[in-house]
Design a protein around this ligand. Structure first.
Ligand code: UTP
Length: 281
């Protein structure tokens, strides 16, 4: 079954970016001239998806407006040199359907994903946490890579990367057996473990392919760390019943939910853009 839907949990408060995120969604922070969530939607489109299901919350209306026409602005710049600046976003709007629902209380990523059940239905789907910006200059984007793996194994998949052991407390961390190069069969998952309790240094980042049985698994998941419903707990339940894979993706990931990662991503893409401009001259 072709995966066409991608869920974007975007209801979080983004407290690490206050005061910028007081009235503006974290997902609308720009890296150069494009907001984070647009990079995520572009990655999903590259992977063949065309329906974007966005979980929003109070104060997130700018996301809906971004993926819509702005008549006044568009008529203002029509025919000027500025008009092409809207080409990419116009192409996305034309290609995709955007659906929205709100998470009323911040009860965790698992709860946010469950709120998307009505938008997703009974089919496998992608999940993008837009504050994780993933770039692969040498081939397929991360979601495309994961969809290929799902074609082969037909199960839920989490993207992972190696992190320094002292940073495991920031991530969900997996344990598992490597069944092919960079692909692990998950046997355990721990949310934000202290380094001494981490089962490995393989940390989950913000890209998932989920099968629809995840919704029932979330419904029976009790709140965990910080009283939030953790997606890792629900995935572990699926892993115990059947199979969940962890995939060491090819490419780079920037944690744009943190100031350091955000600045690194900005510098990275700025340098790249400058190199391209110089190449043209
Ligand atoms: P984060 O842990 O980055 O949380 O959530 P946050 O609240 O956005 O940011 P900080 O830590 O306060 O700075 C990871 C992703 O899960 C979404 C967030 O929007 C983000 O994309 N999320 C998290 C929800 O949609 N709902 C939740 O209840 C929690």
């Amino acid at each position: 079954m072709k995966i066409t839907k991608c869920l974007f949990p975007a209801a979080g408060y983004g407290t690490r970016f206050l005061p910028a995120t007081k009235a503006m969604p974290k997902e609308m922070l720009p890296i150069l001239t494009k907001p984070l969530i647009q990079y995520g939607v572009e990655e999903a489109v590259e992977a063949g998806m065309d329906t974007m299901a966005i979980i929003t919350g109070r104060g997130k209306r700018a996301i809906e407006d971004h993926f819509d026409i702005s008549y006044e602005l568009e008529s203002q710049i029509k025919g000027t040199s500025k008009e092409p600046l809207l080409n990419e976003i116009r192409a996305l709007i034309n290609k995709c359907t955007f659906t929205y629902t709100r998470q009323r209380e911040m009860k965790g990523l698992g709860d946010a994903i469950l709120k998307g059940q009505a938008l997703i239905g009974k089919e496998p789907f992608g999940v993008v946490l837009a504050d994780d910006l993933c770039i692969n200059h040498n081939g397929d984007g991360v979601l495309s890579q994961m969809i290929k793996l799902n074609d082969k194994y037909k199960c839920s998949i989490v993207a992972i990367m190696e992190v320094p052991k002292e940073e495991t407390y920031k991530y969900g961390v997996i344990a598992g057996k490597e069944i092919e190069d960079g692909v692990y069969m998950v046997s355990d998952m721990v949310e934000k473990p202290e380094p001494s309790e981490a089962p490995s240094n393989l940390a989950i980042i913000g890209r998932y392919i989920l099968t629809p049985d995840i919704f029932d698994a979330i419904k029976t998941t009790k709140p965990g760390k910080n009283g939030e419903i953790q997606i890792t707990d629900a995935l572990l339940a699926l892993a115990k019943k059947g199979m969940v894979l962890a995939y060491k993706f090819k490419g780079e990931r920037f944690d744009c939910g943190s100031v350091d990662g955000y600045v690194q991503a900005t510098n990275h893409l700025y340098n790249l853009q400058n190199k391209k401009e110089k190449g043209k001259k």
